[in-house]
Design a protein around this ligand. Sequence first.
Ligand code: MIG
Length: 673
Amino acid sequence: RIMDNFVVDFFKADGTPLMKDYRGKRTTKEKVSWMSLEMLEAEGHDISAYLEKQLRYELIKELDEGDDFYGLGDKSGFLNKKHYEYENWNSDLPQAHNEDFHALYKSVPFLMCLKKNGECYGVFYDNTFRSFINLGKENEEYFFYAAEEGNLDFYFMVGENPVEVVGSYTYLTGTTPLPQLFTLGYQQSRWGYESADDINFIVDNYRAANIPLDIIHLDIDYMDNFKVFTWGEEKYGKPGELFDRIKGLGVKPVCIIDPGTKKEDGYHIDDEGVEKGYFVTDKDGEVYVNAVWPGDSHFPDFGRKEVRDWWANNHKVLIDMGVGGIWNDMNEPASFHGELPSDVVFYDEDRKTNHAEMHNVYGHLMSKATYTGLKEQTGKRPFVITRACYAGSQKYTTVWTGDNQSLWHHLQMVVPQLCNLGISGFTFCGTDIGGFGADTTPELLCRWIQAAMFSPLFRNHAAKGTKDQEPWRFNKEVVDINRKYIELRYKFLPYIYDLFYKGETTGLPVMRPLVLHYPNDPEVRNLNSEFLVGENILVAPVLEQGATKRMVYLPEGTWYDYWTGEKVEGKQYILKDAPIDVCPMYVKAGSIIPTYEVVQYVGEKPYNKLELLVTPGAGEYTHFQDNGEDYAYQNGEYNLYRFTTKGAGEITKEMIHEAYPVYEEITSVVLGK
Ligand code: MIG
């Protein structure tokens, strides 16, 4: 209902109110309520970005008692965003991410509101300029979205439940495409693997420890002086040799690529970029310079197709060597000599604009370029990982949550961050397992691998100079626990892959907050420490140092303890024993869950056997099978199996689609038996 004075209220067809304009004004004159600019200035911070511009518009909405908020990408803090405030401005900040952080690396201005009465809607504020979201922190009577510049361009989505709202949002901005199967395997990374010998040492130790490993990441250390699309032969040997060796052991290399291109005469990438005008410029047309790892650097203008194509083609040297994927970092863009001024000239295709508008989509456009390059040159489903991005980037890239630390509160944040990314369309996401900054402990690493076992991006990563964090560096207990959960991940690989396959159509994530499926259960609206994998598995990891038991909430229905097979009725809290080697997990009644034999890497053996893990109760499950690599499935080359059980242990199989070699054997096992 749009009033004469531009007040806009949203109702359902039956007249139920959803979102209404707040009739009053904000109760403060501060542009952004968390900032005392005077204080910031006194401490020596640069406040120019905040002084330069006033807000261009504010959308102030009524906040009803009982409104809860989810989404917003990977903002720090808790699952429910109510009573917090955020800034959409892709930021690389060195401090430990706390719940009072306003901005992180990504800007995904999508909000899902769940009202007390179970009504649900989504709002997507599609504006790439710096913007602010305040969800009842400033005043409990309203929440607002405000932007410094740009158009008022927002989408309102109604659904009967959160599942429908997420479906609408991803229908609009795109779903996460089906990845290659091996990218769901376990991955090791570290900033500071200095040489080919280091990489070989890591891979060999994984194989020796019998811990599955599919991918090893090469951080900035592999380049010649941090120059992108070069190879540091001195330490990393002849191009191709290292890759050939580790690929012989079943491990695929993923290389990091930053946007900052070293400013250096005679460096072919920089020379070409300067000559063809591919880099952003200052307002007078001089190529803009700021420092990143290589020192003074230039920044590609990814908003233009010809620049993206150039960037995409530059990957050929790595692709020819056999790279398995590309990891994009520093693309907020981060810069060492202060942020890029807002008037640095960028293009949005043919339209001249500036950093203020393109900042939040810089990572999006960079990963789009990378995705296109990998797709065209390999014909496989691209594996791209990015740190910075915007709403919709899920079409092109996987994300990780950036520089967390080896802290228990960062382990605790894994669940809300990944669940909110999922609500925001980013199915393929993960955190640095074990923590990036600071030193991990044996206990923290064990609990982290458990919490992350179902995180789609499954990567242990650490910062240069921190304690060695590969599981086999620790004592036998730690090694055994890590192996146990990494093996479990490989066992559940077909279940995770099925969730991706289904998510490509539905937009639903792999890791889900309970509120997505139980919106009418008040107990789960603020449940930060449990999550669902699909609808069938509930995980309640231990996230507290020293704890050996934990309280678990089970929502309505009947659940089976994964470890003991014990039947537990839902809608209650239970106390579960969880010694250091146990991550509490529950499987819903009537589940049929596909599992594979554990291997050391995807492709070690053909997956020609399927085992169904079933729980008592009637149920149905659809399983997808294909080559796990390319786009043949889009031309029909796949199998779809439908398994049904009436609950008496008997399972029937029906082929819904058959155009790929079927399993040689399908067996089933009842949980706990
Ligand atoms: O300024 O490439 O978040 O994962 O190891 C640090 C080195 C740059 C930040 C990334 C991190 C990566 C590191 N990078």
